[in-house]
Design a protein around this ligand. Sequence first.
Ligand code: PFF
Length: 491
Amino acid sequence: MSGAKSEWNNNITFILAMIGSAVGLGNIWRFPNVLYSNGGGTFMIPYIVSLFLLGISFVLVEYAVGYKFKTSLSKILYKVHNRLEPVAWLVLTIVFLITTYYICVVGWDLIYVVLSFTKAWGSNPDMFFSQSVLHDIDSISGITTIVPAVLASIVIIWITAWAILRTNLNDGIGRVSRILLPLLFIIVVIIVAYAVTLPGASTGYLQILHPDWSALMKADVWLAAFGQIVFSLSLGMAIALTYASYLPEGSKLVDNAFFVAFSNSGFEIFNSIGIFSILGFMAMTSGLPFNELVTEGTGLAFVVFPQVLNVMGPSAQIIGPLFFLCILFAGITSIIALLEGVCYSISEKFAFSRKKTATIVCIVGACISSVFATGCGSLILAIFDTFLNNFALLFAVLLECIIFGWIYDFDELISTLNEYSTIKVGKLWKIIIKFILPICITFLWLQGIYYTLSEADPTSIAIRGILLALLIILPIIFTKLPAKDEDYYKT
Ligand code: PFF
């Protein structure tokens, strides 16, 4: 951040940090459900097409831009065109707000790491989650009740993020990624190896292989594949751009992008074999239909999974804590990546030290996250999630695509990427970024608007109104506030 320019001490640290940023809750609980509901094995076709055509292509844009400018998103967009700075602050505001609730979910998970040792959720995990953990009140009146355990776990996660972010790049994000990523990998291998040996496992994992060819003809399935890639690779969130800006001269950008994208997809596919096997076991033991068990998000992790652990016998004492630790580690490495880009722009514009920026961002973030520690926390969280992810973020990704594809001199990015890479990019990449990607994102965005608008109750409308106001006001304020150092405005 400000002061001496940060740089990764080696390419492995960069790669691990990048994989850590991508591998998160989306891989663990979003992917199995998306895979299952969109044709099982056949989904792999649109998924792989999206990965190459759109995912890796956009990561390459972020790498090229970050590496070329070696600075923060807000300064980069100011340099591209001095009227574009607000777009950077818009992206960063969205990313920051997403982090405030992402941290809450990781906080719930932290509670479950502790609970899993004794299976404290009892015989009705569904009721336990909504009543004993969340103290859920399904109306906005719940805002006045604080849920102490949730608040405490949110604060712990924010303090962890703060402690990592305030430390210099290699000792903070670098070291945490070097420790947590291998651990995450070992845990997932243990879980999957155990899961496939469970009785009934094959009923589950064969679902992944079972093809439904008609799914390929459905536009929804292609959009779901694309949506999963955007979410899973954290596209457009200025993460790849920020991390690539810390790369030393001579880095093989294209090779790195392929490696990171393959690792991320490899992780989610491998992990889903474990999840499906476990659900297969549950279907056999409980007699419940398989499709009722494959849920997404909190339902899978905090309800179905505890139910499985209840019938698993003594090995649940090991598999349970490992599963929740896996989510915790994946979540932490994603959280620090989300926040690093936000902190970088703030510290460059206002010439704050890394420590000071991390402290301010984490305090403000923790205050916002505390809203999710109230009786209506999960209600507000769901509204934040649909609005920010389906609508706001996709809009920002679309803007970034147009800016880098059309406003910026695109050919410069091609030479930046090809300079040291073994794999080269060319005309096809240009066509993808200029035409195919904006068109696909527009479709995804229209679908997102439809989902967002389908929630028309007064609470959602009010919360979306507040979020929209923040997304307009904050970028204007951050743009208007003068930079501490005149150098910021040098183009
Ligand atoms: N890619 C990460 C995940 O799959 O969980 C991180 C992430 C993605 C965070 C999307 C937030 C988000 F909206």
